[in-house]
Write a protein that binds this ligand. Structure first.
Ligand SMILES: *[C@@H]1O[C@H](CO)[C@@H](O)[C@H](O)[C@H]1NC(C)=O
Ligand SMILES: *[C@@H]1O[C@H](CO)[C@@H](O)[C@H](O)[C@H]1NC(C)=O
Ligand SMILES: *[C@@H]1O[C@H](CO)[C@@H](O)[C@H](O)[C@H]1NC(C)=O
Ligand SMILES: *[C@@H]1O[C@H](CO)[C@@H](O)[C@H](O)[C@H]1NC(C)=O
Ligand SMILES: *[C@@H]1O[C@H](CO)[C@@H](O)[C@H](O)[C@H]1NC(C)=O
Ligand SMILES: *[C@@H]1O[C@H](CO)[C@@H](O)[C@H](O)[C@H]1NC(C)=O
Length: 384
Protein backbone atom coordinates (compact mmCIF):
# COMPACT_ATOMS: atom_id res chain seq x y z
CA UNK A 1 0.00 0.00 0.00
CA UNK A 2 2.66 2.47 1.04
CA UNK A 3 4.47 1.71 -2.16
CA UNK A 4 1.38 2.44 -4.26
CA UNK A 5 0.81 5.73 -2.50
CA UNK A 6 4.40 6.71 -3.10
CA UNK A 7 4.03 5.67 -6.70
CA UNK A 8 0.92 7.80 -7.16
CA UNK A 9 2.63 10.77 -5.54
CA UNK A 10 5.61 10.21 -7.79
CA UNK A 11 3.42 9.98 -10.86
CA UNK A 12 1.64 13.19 -9.99
CA UNK A 13 4.95 14.85 -9.40
CA UNK A 14 6.44 13.57 -12.63
CA UNK A 15 3.33 14.51 -14.58
CA UNK A 16 3.58 18.03 -13.34
CA UNK A 17 6.98 18.51 -14.85
CA UNK A 18 6.70 16.73 -18.18
CA UNK A 19 5.36 19.58 -20.21
CA UNK A 20 8.81 21.05 -20.71
CA UNK A 21 9.82 23.69 -23.17
CA UNK A 22 12.73 23.55 -25.57
CA UNK A 23 15.75 22.10 -23.70
CA UNK A 24 18.65 24.44 -23.07
CA UNK A 25 21.06 24.72 -26.01
CA UNK A 26 18.77 22.80 -28.38
CA UNK A 27 16.65 24.28 -31.15
CA UNK A 28 12.99 23.44 -31.52
CA UNK A 29 10.31 23.90 -34.11
CA UNK A 30 6.63 23.11 -33.84
CA UNK A 31 4.04 22.34 -36.46
CA UNK A 32 0.72 20.53 -36.51
CA UNK A 33 2.26 17.09 -36.03
CA UNK A 34 4.21 18.22 -32.95
CA UNK A 35 7.61 19.56 -32.00
CA UNK A 36 11.00 18.69 -33.47
CA UNK A 37 13.69 18.90 -30.83
CA UNK A 38 17.11 19.31 -32.38
CA UNK A 39 19.93 18.59 -29.95
CA UNK A 40 22.39 17.11 -32.44
CA UNK A 41 26.10 17.66 -31.73
CA UNK A 42 25.62 19.61 -28.52
CA UNK A 43 28.13 17.65 -26.38
CA UNK A 44 25.27 16.46 -24.21
CA UNK A 45 26.10 13.87 -21.57
CA UNK A 46 22.42 13.13 -20.86
CA UNK A 47 19.10 13.14 -22.59
CA UNK A 48 17.38 16.38 -21.57
CA UNK A 49 14.75 15.37 -19.03
CA UNK A 50 12.06 17.93 -19.60
CA UNK A 51 11.05 17.31 -23.16
CA UNK A 52 7.86 18.89 -24.50
CA UNK A 53 4.98 16.40 -24.34
CA UNK A 54 4.30 16.94 -28.03
CA UNK A 55 7.81 15.94 -29.07
CA UNK A 56 7.55 14.29 -32.43
CA UNK A 57 11.16 14.04 -33.64
CA UNK A 58 13.97 13.87 -31.12
CA UNK A 59 17.41 14.52 -32.61
CA UNK A 60 20.24 13.59 -30.24
CA UNK A 61 22.93 12.43 -32.67
CA UNK A 62 26.63 13.01 -32.04
CA UNK A 63 26.59 13.64 -28.35
CA UNK A 64 28.21 11.87 -25.39
CA UNK A 65 25.11 10.31 -23.92
CA UNK A 66 26.06 7.20 -21.94
CA UNK A 67 22.71 5.94 -20.61
CA UNK A 68 19.08 6.28 -21.46
CA UNK A 69 17.81 7.41 -18.09
CA UNK A 70 14.44 8.65 -19.21
CA UNK A 71 11.33 6.61 -19.83
CA UNK A 72 9.60 7.74 -22.96
CA UNK A 73 6.39 5.88 -22.44
CA UNK A 74 3.18 7.03 -20.90
CA UNK A 75 1.95 3.54 -20.31
CA UNK A 76 5.05 1.84 -19.08
CA UNK A 77 5.55 3.55 -15.80
CA UNK A 78 3.18 1.70 -13.53
CA UNK A 79 3.91 -1.76 -14.74
CA UNK A 80 7.63 -1.19 -15.00
CA UNK A 81 8.09 1.29 -12.20
CA UNK A 82 11.24 -0.45 -11.01
CA UNK A 83 13.14 0.97 -13.95
CA UNK A 84 15.95 3.12 -12.63
CA UNK A 85 15.15 6.20 -14.61
CA UNK A 86 15.53 9.75 -13.68
CA UNK A 87 12.25 10.85 -15.15
CA UNK A 88 9.34 9.95 -17.35
CA UNK A 89 8.81 11.80 -20.55
CA UNK A 90 5.28 11.78 -21.86
CA UNK A 91 5.66 11.92 -25.56
CA UNK A 92 2.63 10.29 -26.99
CA UNK A 93 3.35 11.76 -30.39
CA UNK A 94 6.98 10.63 -30.51
CA UNK A 95 7.67 9.32 -34.01
CA UNK A 96 11.43 9.27 -34.43
CA UNK A 97 14.33 9.08 -31.98
CA UNK A 98 17.84 9.70 -33.29
CA UNK A 99 20.58 8.56 -30.90
CA UNK A 100 23.21 7.63 -33.47
CA UNK A 101 26.85 8.23 -32.47
CA UNK A 102 26.68 8.51 -28.74
CA UNK A 103 28.35 6.52 -26.00
CA UNK A 104 25.46 4.37 -24.80
CA UNK A 105 26.72 1.08 -23.38
CA UNK A 106 23.69 -0.47 -21.69
CA UNK A 107 20.01 -0.55 -22.41
CA UNK A 108 17.82 -1.48 -19.49
CA UNK A 109 14.95 -3.88 -20.17
CA UNK A 110 11.72 -2.00 -20.83
CA UNK A 111 13.52 1.12 -21.99
CA UNK A 112 11.50 1.16 -25.16
CA UNK A 113 8.07 -0.17 -24.34
CA UNK A 114 4.59 0.85 -25.37
CA UNK A 115 5.51 3.54 -27.83
CA UNK A 116 2.67 3.14 -30.28
CA UNK A 117 3.56 6.05 -32.53
CA UNK A 118 7.32 5.47 -32.74
CA UNK A 119 8.43 4.72 -36.30
CA UNK A 120 12.22 5.01 -36.43
CA UNK A 121 14.63 4.28 -33.59
CA UNK A 122 18.30 4.99 -34.25
CA UNK A 123 20.72 3.50 -31.72
CA UNK A 124 23.54 2.72 -34.17
CA UNK A 125 27.19 3.69 -33.61
CA UNK A 126 27.08 3.42 -29.85
CA UNK A 127 28.75 1.00 -27.41
CA UNK A 128 25.82 -1.20 -26.53
CA UNK A 129 27.16 -4.48 -25.13
CA UNK A 130 24.13 -6.74 -25.04
CA UNK A 131 20.40 -6.83 -25.54
CA UNK A 132 18.25 -8.13 -22.71
CA UNK A 133 14.83 -9.72 -22.97
CA UNK A 134 11.97 -7.34 -23.49
CA UNK A 135 14.04 -4.28 -24.15
CA UNK A 136 11.93 -3.38 -27.13
CA UNK A 137 8.26 -4.09 -26.59
CA UNK A 138 4.96 -3.13 -28.05
CA UNK A 139 5.95 -0.63 -30.64
CA UNK A 140 3.09 -1.06 -32.99
CA UNK A 141 4.28 1.43 -35.57
CA UNK A 142 8.03 0.91 -35.41
CA UNK A 143 9.25 0.29 -38.94
CA UNK A 144 13.03 0.42 -38.64
CA UNK A 145 15.34 -0.35 -35.73
CA UNK A 146 19.00 0.62 -36.08
CA UNK A 147 21.39 -1.26 -33.79
CA UNK A 148 24.37 -1.63 -36.13
CA UNK A 149 27.92 -0.56 -35.23
CA UNK A 150 27.67 -1.33 -31.55
CA UNK A 151 29.48 -3.90 -29.40
CA UNK A 152 26.56 -6.24 -28.92
CA UNK A 153 27.86 -9.69 -28.08
CA UNK A 154 24.61 -11.35 -27.03
CA UNK A 155 20.94 -11.02 -27.82
CA UNK A 156 18.59 -12.68 -25.35
CA UNK A 157 15.64 -14.59 -26.77
CA UNK A 158 12.48 -12.49 -26.70
CA UNK A 159 14.38 -9.24 -26.99
CA UNK A 160 11.99 -8.04 -29.66
CA UNK A 161 8.36 -8.48 -28.70
CA UNK A 162 5.31 -7.39 -30.61
CA UNK A 163 6.62 -5.44 -33.56
CA UNK A 164 3.87 -5.98 -36.06
CA UNK A 165 5.14 -3.27 -38.41
CA UNK A 166 8.90 -3.61 -38.14
CA UNK A 167 10.30 -4.11 -41.58
CA UNK A 168 14.04 -3.45 -41.28
CA UNK A 169 16.25 -4.69 -38.44
CA UNK A 170 19.89 -3.58 -38.56
CA UNK A 171 22.35 -5.50 -36.40
CA UNK A 172 25.46 -5.55 -38.61
CA UNK A 173 28.92 -4.66 -37.31
CA UNK A 174 28.51 -5.97 -33.82
CA UNK A 175 30.15 -8.80 -31.84
CA UNK A 176 27.27 -11.21 -31.65
CA UNK A 177 28.63 -14.68 -30.98
CA UNK A 178 25.60 -16.89 -31.22
CA UNK A 179 21.94 -16.75 -32.03
CA UNK A 180 19.44 -18.54 -29.83
CA UNK A 181 16.03 -19.99 -30.52
CA UNK A 182 13.20 -17.48 -30.36
CA UNK A 183 15.31 -14.44 -31.01
CA UNK A 184 13.62 -13.28 -34.19
CA UNK A 185 10.03 -14.34 -33.85
CA UNK A 186 6.61 -13.24 -34.82
CA UNK A 187 7.51 -10.11 -36.69
CA UNK A 188 4.88 -10.28 -39.32
CA UNK A 189 6.14 -7.48 -41.54
CA UNK A 190 9.88 -7.93 -41.13
CA UNK A 191 11.45 -7.86 -44.59
CA UNK A 192 15.21 -7.55 -44.02
CA UNK A 193 17.49 -8.67 -41.18
CA UNK A 194 21.09 -7.48 -41.38
CA UNK A 195 23.40 -9.59 -39.22
CA UNK A 196 26.60 -9.44 -41.27
CA UNK A 197 30.01 -8.62 -39.78
CA UNK A 198 29.42 -10.19 -36.42
CA UNK A 199 31.19 -13.12 -34.74
CA UNK A 200 28.32 -15.56 -34.96
CA UNK A 201 29.57 -19.13 -34.74
CA UNK A 202 26.34 -20.96 -33.89
CA UNK A 203 22.72 -20.52 -34.84
CA UNK A 204 20.15 -22.55 -32.95
CA UNK A 205 17.30 -24.13 -34.84
CA UNK A 206 14.18 -21.95 -34.70
CA UNK A 207 16.13 -18.76 -34.20
CA UNK A 208 14.08 -17.32 -37.04
CA UNK A 209 10.46 -18.19 -36.57
CA UNK A 210 7.19 -16.87 -37.85
CA UNK A 211 8.63 -14.28 -40.14
CA UNK A 212 6.11 -14.49 -42.91
CA UNK A 213 7.39 -11.45 -44.84
CA UNK A 214 11.13 -11.91 -44.53
CA UNK A 215 12.87 -11.51 -47.90
CA UNK A 216 16.52 -10.92 -47.03
CA UNK A 217 18.69 -12.48 -44.34
CA UNK A 218 22.29 -11.27 -44.29
CA UNK A 219 24.59 -13.52 -42.27
CA UNK A 220 27.78 -13.03 -44.31
CA UNK A 221 31.14 -12.29 -42.69
CA UNK A 222 30.56 -14.25 -39.52
CA UNK A 223 32.12 -17.40 -38.05
CA UNK A 224 29.32 -19.84 -38.63
CA UNK A 225 30.69 -23.37 -38.59
CA UNK A 226 27.73 -25.52 -39.41
CA UNK A 227 24.13 -25.21 -40.44
CA UNK A 228 21.64 -27.39 -38.63
CA UNK A 229 18.32 -28.69 -39.75
CA UNK A 230 15.39 -26.32 -39.22
CA UNK A 231 17.61 -23.28 -39.13
CA UNK A 232 15.87 -21.70 -42.10
CA UNK A 233 12.38 -22.86 -41.66
CA UNK A 234 9.05 -21.74 -42.99
CA UNK A 235 9.90 -18.36 -44.40
CA UNK A 236 7.52 -18.27 -47.30
CA UNK A 237 8.92 -15.07 -48.84
CA UNK A 238 12.62 -15.52 -48.18
CA UNK A 239 14.31 -14.52 -51.43
CA UNK A 240 17.95 -13.96 -50.60
CA UNK A 241 20.18 -15.64 -48.03
CA UNK A 242 23.78 -14.47 -47.62
CA UNK A 243 26.14 -16.88 -45.91
CA UNK A 244 29.43 -16.08 -47.64
CA UNK A 245 32.70 -15.54 -45.76
CA UNK A 246 31.87 -17.88 -42.92
CA UNK A 247 33.54 -21.09 -41.72
CA UNK A 248 30.76 -23.44 -42.68
CA UNK A 249 32.02 -26.97 -43.16
CA UNK A 250 28.82 -28.93 -42.79
CA UNK A 251 25.24 -28.38 -43.84
CA UNK A 252 22.78 -30.84 -42.42
CA UNK A 253 20.04 -32.17 -44.68
CA UNK A 254 16.80 -30.24 -44.21
CA UNK A 255 18.56 -27.04 -43.26
CA UNK A 256 16.53 -25.25 -45.90
CA UNK A 257 12.88 -26.22 -45.79
CA UNK A 258 9.65 -24.59 -46.79
CA UNK A 259 11.36 -21.78 -48.60
CA UNK A 260 9.32 -21.67 -51.77
CA UNK A 261 10.63 -18.28 -52.94
CA UNK A 262 14.29 -18.67 -52.13
CA UNK A 263 16.10 -17.46 -55.22
CA UNK A 264 19.62 -16.59 -54.09
CA UNK A 265 21.92 -18.37 -51.63
CA UNK A 266 25.57 -17.44 -51.34
CA UNK A 267 27.80 -19.91 -49.56
CA UNK A 268 31.00 -18.64 -51.17
CA UNK A 269 34.26 -18.75 -49.25
CA UNK A 270 33.39 -21.34 -46.65
CA UNK A 271 35.04 -24.68 -45.94
CA UNK A 272 32.40 -26.98 -47.35
CA UNK A 273 33.91 -30.32 -48.39
CA UNK A 274 30.82 -32.32 -49.11
CA UNK A 275 27.18 -31.65 -49.83
CA UNK A 276 24.37 -34.03 -49.12
CA UNK A 277 21.86 -35.20 -51.64
CA UNK A 278 18.99 -33.47 -49.86
CA UNK A 279 20.61 -30.15 -49.07
CA UNK A 280 18.90 -27.96 -51.65
CA UNK A 281 15.83 -29.89 -52.59
CA UNK A 282 12.40 -28.32 -52.40
CA UNK A 283 13.73 -24.94 -53.39
CA UNK A 284 11.72 -24.60 -56.56
CA UNK A 285 12.95 -21.21 -57.76
CA UNK A 286 16.53 -21.34 -56.56
CA UNK A 287 18.46 -19.72 -59.42
CA UNK A 288 21.62 -18.56 -57.75
CA UNK A 289 23.60 -20.88 -55.54
CA UNK A 290 27.08 -19.49 -55.11
CA UNK A 291 29.58 -22.08 -53.96
CA UNK A 292 32.86 -20.54 -55.15
CA UNK A 293 35.87 -20.86 -52.83
CA UNK A 294 34.90 -24.04 -51.06
CA UNK A 295 37.27 -27.02 -51.05
CA UNK A 296 34.80 -29.56 -52.37
CA UNK A 297 35.91 -33.12 -52.10
CA UNK A 298 35.27 -34.46 -55.59
CA UNK A 299 35.22 -38.16 -54.90
CA UNK A 300 32.07 -40.20 -55.29
CA UNK A 301 30.52 -38.45 -52.31
CA UNK A 302 29.89 -35.45 -54.56
CA UNK A 303 27.87 -37.56 -56.97
CA UNK A 304 24.38 -36.94 -55.52
CA UNK A 305 24.92 -33.19 -55.47
CA UNK A 306 26.54 -33.24 -58.92
CA UNK A 307 23.56 -35.16 -60.30
CA UNK A 308 21.14 -32.71 -58.77
CA UNK A 309 23.10 -29.80 -60.22
CA UNK A 310 23.04 -31.40 -63.66
CA UNK A 311 19.29 -31.34 -63.56
CA UNK A 312 19.23 -27.67 -62.58
CA UNK A 313 21.21 -26.42 -65.58
CA UNK A 314 20.35 -22.76 -65.02
CA UNK A 315 22.22 -22.69 -61.72
CA UNK A 316 25.77 -21.39 -62.05
CA UNK A 317 27.51 -22.26 -58.78
CA UNK A 318 31.16 -21.50 -59.41
CA UNK A 319 31.82 -24.65 -57.36
CA UNK A 320 35.30 -26.13 -57.59
CA UNK A 321 36.94 -29.25 -56.29
CA UNK A 322 39.68 -28.82 -53.73
CA UNK A 323 42.25 -29.22 -56.53
CA UNK A 324 40.74 -26.33 -58.46
CA UNK A 325 38.80 -28.30 -61.07
CA UNK A 326 35.38 -26.77 -61.69
CA UNK A 327 32.67 -29.16 -60.57
CA UNK A 328 31.03 -28.92 -63.97
CA UNK A 329 34.21 -30.29 -65.60
CA UNK A 330 33.78 -33.64 -63.92
CA UNK A 331 33.16 -36.34 -66.47
CA UNK A 332 29.61 -37.65 -66.51
CA UNK A 333 30.78 -41.13 -67.36
CA UNK A 334 33.10 -41.36 -64.40
CA UNK A 335 30.49 -40.07 -61.98
CA UNK A 336 27.83 -42.34 -63.38
CA UNK A 337 30.20 -45.08 -62.44
CA UNK A 338 29.98 -43.92 -58.83
CA UNK A 339 26.25 -44.30 -59.03
CA UNK A 340 26.42 -47.86 -60.36
CA UNK A 341 29.01 -48.89 -57.86
CA UNK A 342 27.20 -48.08 -54.72
CA UNK A 343 24.62 -45.31 -54.41
CA UNK A 344 26.74 -44.62 -51.47
CA UNK A 345 26.02 -42.59 -48.45
CA UNK A 346 29.51 -41.29 -47.69
CA UNK A 347 28.86 -40.96 -43.99
CA UNK A 348 28.01 -44.60 -43.78
CA UNK A 349 30.85 -46.16 -45.70
CA UNK A 350 32.34 -49.43 -44.54
CA UNK A 351 35.37 -51.01 -46.03
CA UNK A 352 35.59 -54.70 -46.34
CA UNK A 353 39.19 -55.16 -45.50
CA UNK A 354 39.27 -58.76 -46.56
CA UNK A 355 38.68 -57.69 -50.15
CA UNK A 356 41.64 -55.39 -49.98
CA UNK A 357 44.12 -57.76 -48.34
CA UNK A 358 47.57 -56.95 -49.52
CA UNK A 359 46.59 -53.66 -51.08
CA UNK A 360 47.60 -50.23 -49.96
CA UNK A 361 44.98 -48.53 -47.82
CA UNK A 362 46.28 -44.99 -48.09
CA UNK A 363 43.47 -43.79 -50.24
CA UNK A 364 40.67 -42.45 -48.10
CA UNK A 365 38.36 -42.17 -51.08
CA UNK A 366 37.65 -45.84 -51.36
CA UNK A 367 34.20 -47.17 -51.84
CA UNK A 368 32.59 -50.07 -50.01
CA UNK A 369 34.01 -53.35 -51.07
CA UNK A 370 36.69 -51.81 -53.19
CA UNK A 371 40.44 -51.93 -52.88
CA UNK A 372 42.63 -48.87 -52.74
CA UNK A 373 44.19 -49.25 -56.16
CA UNK A 374 40.98 -49.71 -58.09
CA UNK A 375 39.43 -46.72 -56.40
CA UNK A 376 42.47 -44.65 -57.09
CA UNK A 377 42.01 -45.19 -60.78
CA UNK A 378 38.37 -44.22 -60.67
CA UNK A 379 39.07 -41.20 -58.53
CA UNK A 380 41.63 -39.74 -60.90
CA UNK A 381 39.46 -40.55 -63.88
CA UNK A 382 36.92 -38.05 -62.58
CA UNK A 383 39.11 -35.19 -63.72
CA UNK A 384 39.95 -36.38 -67.20
C1 LIG B 1 24.76 24.98 -22.85
O1 LIG B 1 25.94 25.43 -23.48
C2 LIG B 1 26.77 26.17 -22.63
C3 LIG B 1 27.91 26.71 -23.46
O2 LIG B 1 28.41 25.73 -24.35
C4 LIG B 1 27.25 25.28 -21.50
O3 LIG B 1 28.06 26.01 -20.60
C5 LIG B 1 26.05 24.74 -20.75
O4 LIG B 1 26.48 23.81 -19.77
C6 LIG B 1 25.10 24.06 -21.72
N1 LIG B 1 23.91 23.65 -21.02
C7 LIG B 1 23.46 22.40 -21.08
C8 LIG B 1 22.20 22.11 -20.32
O5 LIG B 1 24.04 21.51 -21.71
C1 LIG C 1 0.68 18.48 -23.13
O1 LIG C 1 0.46 19.10 -21.89
C2 LIG C 1 -0.54 20.13 -21.92
C3 LIG C 1 -0.57 20.80 -20.57
O2 LIG C 1 -0.43 19.89 -19.55
C4 LIG C 1 -1.88 19.52 -22.28
O3 LIG C 1 -2.88 20.52 -22.36
C5 LIG C 1 -1.75 18.83 -23.63
O4 LIG C 1 -2.94 18.16 -23.97
C6 LIG C 1 -0.61 17.85 -23.59
N1 LIG C 1 -0.39 17.34 -24.93
C7 LIG C 1 -0.28 16.06 -25.18
C8 LIG C 1 -0.08 15.68 -26.63
O5 LIG C 1 -0.30 15.19 -24.33
C1 LIG D 1 32.93 7.37 -24.43
O1 LIG D 1 33.21 6.72 -23.23
C2 LIG D 1 34.57 6.40 -23.06
C3 LIG D 1 34.70 5.66 -21.75
O2 LIG D 1 33.79 4.60 -21.72
C4 LIG D 1 35.40 7.67 -23.07
O3 LIG D 1 36.76 7.34 -22.98
C5 LIG D 1 35.15 8.42 -24.38
O4 LIG D 1 35.83 9.65 -24.33
C6 LIG D 1 33.68 8.67 -24.55
N1 LIG D 1 33.46 9.26 -25.85
C7 LIG D 1 32.65 10.28 -26.04
C8 LIG D 1 32.51 10.77 -27.44
O5 LIG D 1 32.04 10.77 -25.13
C1 LIG E 1 0.55 4.23 -36.85
O1 LIG E 1 0.79 4.60 -38.21
C2 LIG E 1 -0.39 4.80 -38.96
C3 LIG E 1 0.04 5.04 -40.39
O2 LIG E 1 1.10 5.93 -40.46
C4 LIG E 1 -1.18 5.94 -38.37
O3 LIG E 1 -2.38 6.12 -39.08
C5 LIG E 1 -1.51 5.61 -36.92
O4 LIG E 1 -2.15 6.71 -36.32
C6 LIG E 1 -0.24 5.30 -36.16
N1 LIG E 1 -0.57 4.87 -34.81
C7 LIG E 1 -0.18 5.54 -33.75
C8 LIG E 1 -0.59 5.00 -32.44
O5 LIG E 1 0.49 6.54 -33.85
C1 LIG F 1 2.37 -12.49 -32.77
O1 LIG F 1 2.08 -11.17 -33.22
C2 LIG F 1 0.68 -10.90 -33.28
C3 LIG F 1 0.53 -9.54 -33.92
O2 LIG F 1 1.45 -8.64 -33.44
C4 LIG F 1 0.11 -11.00 -31.87
O3 LIG F 1 -1.26 -10.74 -31.90
C5 LIG F 1 0.37 -12.39 -31.33
O4 LIG F 1 -0.06 -12.47 -29.99
C6 LIG F 1 1.84 -12.73 -31.38
N1 LIG F 1 2.04 -14.11 -31.01
C7 LIG F 1 2.98 -14.48 -30.14
C8 LIG F 1 3.12 -15.95 -29.91
O5 LIG F 1 3.70 -13.68 -29.58
C1 LIG G 1 37.00 -15.58 -46.76
O1 LIG G 1 36.48 -15.67 -45.45
C2 LIG G 1 37.43 -15.40 -44.44
C3 LIG G 1 36.75 -15.58 -43.11
O2 LIG G 1 36.14 -16.81 -43.02
C4 LIG G 1 37.95 -13.98 -44.57
O3 LIG G 1 38.96 -13.74 -43.61
C5 LIG G 1 38.53 -13.77 -45.96
O4 LIG G 1 38.89 -12.43 -46.12
C6 LIG G 1 37.49 -14.15 -47.00
N1 LIG G 1 38.08 -14.06 -48.33
C7 LIG G 1 37.59 -13.25 -49.25
C8 LIG G 1 38.27 -13.27 -50.58
O5 LIG G 1 36.64 -12.50 -49.02
Amino acid sequence: MAVSVLLVVFLLFSTSKVNGSCPANCSCTTDTSGSDINCNSRSLGHIPDALPNDTCNLYLQDNSITTIDVQFSTFARIRFSEIPVKTFVECELLENIFLTSNNISTLEPFTFVNLPSLQLLYLDSNKIQSLESETFMNMENLSELFLSKNEISAIAPFTFVNFPNLYMLYLYNNKIQSLESNTFINMTNLVDIYLYKNEISTIDPFTFLDLPSLRYLGLQNNKIQSLERNTFFNMPYLFSLELYNNEISTIEPYTFIDLPRLNYVSLANNTIRSLERYTFINLPILNNLILASNPLNCDCSIFPFWSWLNERVTIETGAKCSNGTPLTFLQPAALEHCNQENNLDPTNTHYEDSVCDGETKENTNRFPGQCGRLVNILWYSLYE
